[in-house]
Design a protein around this ligand. Structure first.
Ligand SMILES: NC(=O)c1ccc[n+]([C@@H]2O[C@H](COP(=O)([O-])OP(=O)(O)OC[C@H]3O[C@@H](n4cnc5c(N)ncnc54)[C@H](OP(=O)(O)O)[C@@H]3O)[C@@H](O)[C@H]2O)c1
Length: 269
């Protein structure tokens, strides 16, 4: 058996991580899950062949413990497992707004904690996760956390004080893109296209634009200029976006998301 991973809380994100690990080469024998709802646990055990255990038993044998419950359930879960954690275990916490210190304060001294902000494209192995080390993490812990998260996409390491900004950019980011996609589909319908055609055009255009950014490595300004001929159609549209202060709205929107993340982390809302 390889490194033993316990996933505590097998909801949407827990299942995403579990299926990613199995696709990336972890075996079902390496992973155990815990879950509050027995019917959900049974469903995942049948689907993936992994073991289901109680929280304390699962952490007692785990090298890496991943906390994937809602932020409001973290304190209760830590109380349940604090007595069973192996001193050498790594705790990976995926709950939005929960600081490494919050977790460290509720565990035995010196347990290593890594905080993660994932995003939902992890569901299709195109996630963007930002990891931050707690006080007792060394490079080996960080490498383990990175390998775990790389099963569902890309990983960057940032100091923890950037986590609110990360939440605003990549955590909430897919929603902004879906919002733009919705608006462009509506525009296609306004221009007389059948809704299904408009949807197909917009989805492939977003996918293609993202692939160009990633594969060419060009700055977005360069790519935009390539589609903006003098006095042409693209310039006519971009001028309207500028007139409506869309760029400024994006800046203000993400500042608001960052501020909201700060409020939620400090428990003031
Ligand atoms: N950045 C992002 O895009 C993003 C996306 C998703 C999630 N997240 C983070 O990931 C975490 C999980 O989110 P989710 O959407 O996967 O939530 P979810 O679907 O509600 O999954 C959490 C699961 O854990 C179970 N649970 C709660 N307390 C437990 C305990 N003490 N022991 C065992 N199982 C327990 C819950 O059971 P019940 O149903 O009975 O409560 C639920 O099935 C959250 O903290 C969230 O902040 C981030």
């Amino acid at each position: 058996m390889g490194e033993q991973v316990a996933i505590l809380g097998a909801g949407v994100m827990g299942e995403t991580l579990l299926s990613g690990l199995l696709r990336a080469g972890w075996t079902a024998a390496d992973v155990v899950i815990t879950e509050r709802r027995p019917e959900r646990a049974a469903e995942l055990a049948a689907k993936y062949g992994v073991r289901v255990m109680e929280n304390d038993a699962a952490v007692a044998e785990a090298d890496t413990v991943v906390l994937v419950v809602k932020p409001q359930d973290i304190a209760g879960l830590l109380e349940e497992i604090a007595g069973s954690i192996r001193p050498s275990a790594l705790i990976v916490c995926i709950a939005a707004g929960i600081t490494t210190q919050f977790v460290e304060d509720r565990l035995p001294p010196d347990v290593a904690v890594v905080r993660v902000m994932p995003n939902t494209p992890a569901l299709v192995d195109e996630g963007m996760a930002a990891i931050s080390p707690g006080k007792h993490c060394d490079s080996e812990h960080l490498a383990r956390a990175r390998a775990l998260l790389e099963a569902t996409g890309k990983v960057v390491q940032v100091p923890e004080y950037h986590q609110d900004a990360i939440t605003a950019i990549s955590g909430s980011g897919p929603a902004y893109i879906f919002y733009v996609v919705e608006a462009m589909i509506e525009a296609g319908v306004l221009l007389g296209l059948p809704r299904s055609t408009s949807t197909e055009l917009v989805v492939q255009t977003v996918y293609g634009a993202a692939a160009m950014l990633k594969e060419t490595g060009e700055h977005p300004t360069v790519l935009r200029e390539q589609v903006s001929s003098p006095a042409g159609t693209t310039m006519a549209a971009l001028r309207q976006l500028d007139d409506h202060k869309v760029r400024a709205a994006f800046l203000t929107a993400m500042e608001a998301a960052r501020d909201r993340s700060r409020e939620l982390s400090s428990g003031s809302a």
